[in-house]
Ligand binder design. Structure first.
Ligand code: GLY
Length: 341
């Protein structure tokens, strides 16, 4: 096991890499702990979860909404949860988001930790403290930034992960490589999804590298005033089309990264668009697609990154170097129109 303690502004988070779920027993007592998970994880890992207080949710992004939060709060009250209780999100990004959010508001805030079970949650969703819910098609419109006490990385959860979920996780890994790490981009080009799936050592190294890359960005700019914005590469268009077309998060941001790369070529003379598209394609992700640019633009106008008449778009100067580019909304509308013609 590799332990890293990361100090965020308000608290520190312990990352336990290459750990076993059983570590949970050492971190929190069974009386205090309440696990929040979904039916898929619960069914696949019943043995691991036996003996813990558990709230089991329906799986899927469509349940990352206020109604589910209300149901959880009712259950917490029925279970007698108090300020000493610790919520533990065991699952993918939907579970970690909703657990962190409920922990932030129940009794004005209780402690929480995560056991990310999907690749996407391990490298991205469980890290950074942004925890929220969707409102209609608007992703993560309500939420807070509050860090978990611990994250347990037990790679045995990946054994039951469907291939589409591996692709989902690789979208965020490719994003990290594009904005911050040219050598990881090369490593991904040389390796493959099936290669990583078969090689426990390689995937555990890759997960740790990505989790620490993200944590490093967040530590420097927890409240997204500067560099943390880079993590939104592919997410502005991605979030707009994700719920519109019921895409997975990985698919949506892969399309978002493709169009952001094309825009980077137009606005920043970026030369790596073909390489980015080829890498996304290699990991089974969609790239150039037909989408309703007018509709997407309308959803995008509600994006949290929008500031009055402009929006901060993340572009690439080169592979491994993302930049923040403020764009006027009228300018962006024009670019979108041209993208599909
Ligand atoms: N929970 C994901 C993030 O903070 O970016």
């Amino acid at each position: 096991m590799v332990t890293k303690k990361i100090q965020f502004s308000g608290k520190s988070t312990s990352f336990y890499f290459d750990a076993d779920f059983l570590l949970l027993d050492k971190l929190v007592s069974r009386e205090q702990a309440i696990i929040i998970t979904d039916e898929h994880v619960f069914e696949a890992h019943k043995k691991k979860l036996k003996g813990w207080n558990t709230i089991v949710l329906k799986p899927g992004e469509q349940f990352k909404v206020q109604q589910t939060v209300d149901v959880i709060i009712d259950q917490l009250l029925a279970m007698g949860a108090d300020r000493q209780s610790v919520l533990i999100g065991v699952g993918g990004g939907v579970i970690t988001d909703i657990t962190g959010y409920v922990a932030g508001i129940y009794m004005r805030g209780i402690e929480f930790g995560f056991v990310p079970t999907s690749l996407l949650a391990m490298v991205d969703a469980s890290i950074g403290g942004k925890n929220g819910i969707d409102v209609g098609v608007y992703k993560n419109m309500v939420g807070l930034i509050r860090q978990p006490s611990f994250l347990i990385y037990d790679y045995s959860f990946l054994k039951t992960l469907p291939i589409a979920e591996w692709q989902n996780g690789f979208a965020e890994i490719i994003k990290h490589a594009c904005i911050k790490d040219a050598s990881m981009f090369k490593e991904l080009q040389l390796n493959s999804l099936s290669g990583y799936r078969k090689d426990k050592m390689a995937i555990s190294k890759l997960v740790q590298k990505n989790a620490l890359l993200k944590a490093g960005v967040v530590v420097k700019d927890e409240f997204e005033k500067a560099d943390r914005k880079l993590l939104n590469f592919g997410h502005t268009l991605g979030h707009a089309i994700e719920n519109m077309y019921e895409l997975s998060h990985g698919q949506a941001i892969s399309i978002g990264m493709t169009y952001a790369s094309i825009m980077s070529h137009q606005l920043k003379f970026f030369k790596g668009t073909d390489e980015v598209v080829a890498l996304l394609d290699k990991y089974g992700l969609p790239t150039i697609v037909d989408f309703d640019t007018n509709k997407a633009f309308k959803v995008l106008l509600k994006d949290k990154k929008k500031e009055n008449v402009s929006i901060n778009y993340i572009l690439l100067e080169k592979i491994g170097k993302g930049v923040i580019q403020p764009l006027l909304l009228v300018q962006l509308k024009d670019i979108f129109k041209k993208l599909q013609s």
